[in-house]
Design a protein around this ligand. Structure first.
Ligand SMILES: Nc1nc2c(ncn2[C@@H]2O[C@H](COP(=O)(O)OP(=O)(O)O)[C@@H](O)[C@H]2O)c(=O)[nH]1
Ligand SMILES: [Mg+2]
Length: 320
């Protein structure tokens, strides 16, 4: 056996040991949330901490696309709030132990195998399986912190339709972004704001949350066909952001800190995927011009405080 294969085998064994340890830890008692999210959620974080007793609250689906992320999943799991109602785990035909690890960490999660390839198709499959009021998109590489979920949910229950994570507003940041990706993101972001009248500060960041009804305006590629569709790749985030902006839905940016991925390397290629994003923007702009309904600027973009207000009068969804 070569040294490289030995190291990989040692890595796998170490991951399995860690997972067995995580899965054996007793779930914290007296906390709301589905059993499937509890065993691995070690930090005891809660989305609804401090909310009044007996108040109806929206339910939350967490969609996690993952491709060969076995070693990162325990880190992600440990920081997921205990009262997430549903985890949708979307495997991208991983060749490592990703599926086994996810099953051990979240025994009650909905396990989905994506129908084609690419992060966009994975998200579309995950959204199709989600059943809760709110959908949160979370990466599986340890770069997006699940402990920030309450901030996103806070923005939604405070009135936003779409809570858009941003690394480039007060409180946000990134340990992961490269210089070329930062410049590319800035240019693409400025192009979208110029064409669609939006005021995004971080177009290409994929940590977002939204009321599930927003899926209607996203019109994501159908998941049934075996043939590759536009939107199957990393351009998905731009597609979503642009369609949300064009629809006039209320967008709130929330600050987010992007950590470096823990193990492995990014699947994104800055030049290839940057060009796909640019093509997406131009295609969407032409599509919008063809339609009779004109774009309405995102006129309610605002940064909301990270406060979760679940009183019956807060947010249109809660009031209804
Ligand atoms: N299911 C699935 N997940 C993917 C695919 N491509 C990327 N991901 C996941 O999407 C998340 C972000 O991908 P990553 O490669 O880190 O891209 P970056 O964060 O933009 O550098 C990670 O959780 C990946 O495992 C894919 O084709 N299928
Ligand atoms: Mg990443």
């Amino acid at each position: 056996m070569t040294t490289e294969r030995l190291t990989r085998e040692q890595d796998r064994r170490r991951t399995r040991r860690r997972i067995r340890g995580l899965a054996r830890r007793p779930a914290p008692e007296g906390l709301p949330g589905s059993a499937g999210t509890r065993p691995a959620a070690l930090l005891n974080l809660s989305v609804w901490d401090g909310a009044a007793l007996g108040v109806a609250r929206p339910t939350i689906s967490l969609v996690i696309p993952a491709m060969n992320e076995a070693r990162n999943l325990p880190h992600v799991a440990a920081r997921i709030p205990t009262d997430i109602d549903e985890i949708i785990f979307v495997d991208g035909h991983s060749v490592d132990d990703t599926v086994e690890v996810s099953r051990a960490l979240w025994p009650a999660a909905v396990q989905v195998t994506q129908t084609r390839t690419g992060k966009g198709n994975a998200l579309a499959c995950g959204f199709a399986a989600a059943t809760c009021d709110i959908v949160v998109m979370l990466d599986a590489d340890g770069s997006t912190d699940p402990a920030e979920i309450p901030r996103y949910v806070g923005a939604l229950v405070s009135g936003a339709d779409f809570a858009k994570g941003s690394r480039f507003i007060q409180g946000g940041g990134s340990a992961d972004i490269t210089k070329i990706r930062r410049i590319g993101n800035w240019c693409l972001n400025a192009t979208v704001n110029g064409l669609f009248g939006s005021r995004y500060t971080d177009l290409c960041y994929g940590y977002n949350a939204f009321w599930r009804r927003c899926l209607d305006v996203m019109e994501l590629p159908a998941i049934g066909s075996p043939d590759r569709q536009w939107g199957d790749g990393f351009e998905i985030e731009t597609l979503i952001n642009v369609r949300i902006a064009a629809s006039g839905l209320a967008v709130a940016e929330v600050h987010s800190f992007e950590e470096s991925r823990i193990h492995g390397v990014s699947n994104l290629n800055a030049v290839r995927d940057g060009l796909r994003v640019l093509r997406t923007i131009m295609t969407e702009f032409r599509r919008l011009r063809r339609t009779t309904v004109r774009s309405r600027p995102v006129d309610r973009l605002h940064v909301v405080p990270a406060v979760v207000d679940v009183s019956p009068t807060s947010g249109s969804e809660m009031a209804s």
